[in-house]
Write a protein that binds this ligand. Structure first.
Ligand code: PEP
Ligand code: MN
Length: 339
């Protein structure tokens, strides 16, 4: 249920009114002080909340029931875009954030070299997998804790914030210096993991599952937010369809749909979506044109010898050319929207 308050209501009035609602109905009240209006989102068992008596408070403009099962994620609860600030880089404020790096962290030389080159091309986050979810137990599983140390070292050398995947809540203590924790597609519905991530205050990049709907993705984000962590970034990374030419099918429409239904920033991963190097550029351009707040791109200095996902990795040179085109598209979009 949402309660839209009249304009000009003071913060004190909002706080007093929220306390009344909490006490009277036993609901959780989520407040969004927006540019246009203040919106209270009532979460919990709202069946007993009487719309007429809530509407009778003089500070109330309107009261509406929200049908969608996701509440905190819902744009109706929070009309303004959420902007997540990671070490000064703002995700969701209209600027394009580029997360780039290898699929897996392989060595100090590899991760530092790639970090330095992608930074020069315009990336502002370093990605790299330390704990790898591999289909085969015989495939490279990642350098694990040592990989996290190498990422931290690359962060120290370049100043780039790091994004890396967590596979188990037991590993959370190792992620203390990680800037953005990634939940991989395969773990999107690992609800116990999501609940634990809800109790930490780090930004979470939540990837859409291989076979999950938009609503299921939003419900997974709701798990994190309802446990207390509001810093969630959604990531469209392709879904499984009957098409076999590409590794997955990039659901470009998920970008505007996520942005319409929720207030969370949206990042697109064209690398896992396509599985093919030459498709990374056109899909990146499409994602930006569709309104993505960021991209996550796999870059490797020697793709044929990469320990994972070489076939979809771009080289630093290809990445440089891609960034030049991306910035041209971003500027073109800005000039249209600001005129
Ligand atoms: C990754 O980013 O390296 C990864 C494994 O991604 P996904 O979970 O989207 O497959
Ligand atoms: Mn990968």
């Amino acid at each position: 249920m949402i309660v839209i308050l009249k304009s000009g209501v003071s913060r004190e009035q909002v706080s007093d009114f929220s306390d009344i609602l909490r006490k009277k109905y036993g609901v959780d009240v989520h407040t969004s002080f927006g540019e246009q209006s203040t919106v209270l989102g009532l979460v919990g068992d709202t069946k007993a909340v009487d719309i007429d008596s809530v509407s009778a408070f003089p500070i109330v403009e309107t009261v509406r029931r929200v049908q969608e099962p996701y509440k905190k994620v819902n744009r109706k609860f929070h009309p303004d875009d959420t902007v997540i600030d990671v070490a000064g880089h703002k995700i969701g404020n209209g600027e394009l954030q580029i997360m780039a790096g290898p699929c897996s962290v392989e060595s100090e030389e590899q991760i530092v070299g790639i970090a330095e080159s992608v930074k020069k091309s315009g990336a502002n986050f370093l990605r790299g997998g330390a704990f790898k979810p591999r289909t085969s137990p015989y495939a490279f599983q990642g350098l694990r804790a040592d990989g996290l140390e190498l990422l931290k070292h690359a962060k120290l050398k370049t100043g780039m914030p790091i994004v890396t995947e967590i596979m188990s809540a037991d590993h959370l203590p190792l992620f203390e210096d990680v800037d953005v924790i990634q939940v991989g597609a395969r773990n999107m519905q690992n609800f116990e993991l999501l609940k634990e991530l809800g109790k930490c205050n780090k930004p979470i990049l939540l990837k859409r599952g291989l076979a999950n709907t938009i609503e299921e993705t939003l419900m997974s984000a709701e798990y994190i937010m309802s446990n207390g962590n509001e810093n969630v970034i959604l990531c469209e990374r392709g879904i499984r369809t009957y098409e076999t030419f590409t590794r997955n099918t990039l659901d470009v429409s998920a970008v505007p749909v996520f942005k319409k239904l929720s207030h969370l920033p949206v990042v697109v991963d064209p690398s896992h979506a396509s599985g093919i190097t030459w498709l990374v550029e056109p899909l990146s351009l499409a994602a930006v044109a569709a309104g993505a707040d960021g991209l996550m791109i796999e870059v490797h200095n020697d793709p044929p010898h990469a320990l994972s996902d070489g076939a979809q990795s771009v080289t630093p040179e290809q990445f440089q050319r891609l960034c030049d085109k991306l910035f041209a598209v971003t500027n073109a979009i800005h000039s249209i929207t600001h005129n």
